[in-house]
Design a protein around this ligand. Sequence first.
Ligand SMILES: [Zn+2]
Length: 342
Amino acid sequence: MRNRTITLEDFLVQGDEIRHLLAQQRSGRLSHALLITGPDGVGKKTLATLLSAQLFCGAERNRPCLECPACKRAMRLEHADQVVIRRGIPLSPDVKEGRATIPVEDIREMIRICGMAPFEGGNRSVLIFDADTMTPQAQNALLKTLEEPPENTFFFLVTGHPESLVNTIISRCRLLRLHPLPDETIRSMLLREGVSEQDAATLVPLADGSIGKAMQMAQQEGLAEFRKEVLDLFFGMTRRSDILPASNRWKNRKGEADALFTVLESMLHRMMNARFGSPDNGLSSVLPAQWNRFTREAPAEAFTRLYDQIIQARKELQYSTNFQAVFEQILFSFMGEGNQWL
Ligand SMILES: [Zn+2]
């Protein structure tokens, strides 16, 4: 994932806790050990990396600037005074690659490095990703260091499972809990990463507040296919006998309902804009003949009926678990409108 355009400011939506923390960090009052927790994909590692970069950044203000050589190296986790501990990627030469846990040897190697003066004479940062996978022995060794941290050394522990850490480590750290991101934040991050408006609209409801998940999906080929699948189905079908087989294929895809509705809404929006706003020459190749006629001639009420169906379907899904029934109903409505223009 490209993190280049994600900044500390992006994390301010997380609330007062992080606002205070960042204000303190910026005024030079840093916590020696920060424990960043929260669900998958909310940017825990990115935040730890940004805070680590801030320790090395050469800019006068607004650190990390993400432009200077020190920032660039730190964001790639390649700064000489950054010690990075990750599960499966050994720090110690005595440890084999691909282990499922972080062994004590890696912690001892980190302690050895921290015993030397920083290579560039400034701060040093220790990043421990998947901190919950440290063995008990590794946690014990770390605890001793946290109790007497070397000067100018700052620890960033990252984990989605803080309950797997011994309490004595947790109590030595300042705790920062990240929450799922608001839709609008994810949307604007996606747009900045070069994702199109249309793709962003489809991705946001699928992302569950996780920018990591959204970016992963954005990089998959599947999104365009998903949209095509939905459009073919809702604007392409004309026979009632096709509804049941289609709803059978979709009955276990309730998790994609939001994205499905979003695709329909954005297409309706485009059609309505073409009907009552400005011409849209691209539509005729996307839609079959009857829907092109609909777009040219249908009254505003016909559009409203379809929009209402989507609103209704969203509501029903909140109370009902029967996605298949909701799906059939909305498909039936679209077919009914479309078939009038065959
Ligand atoms: Zn910088």
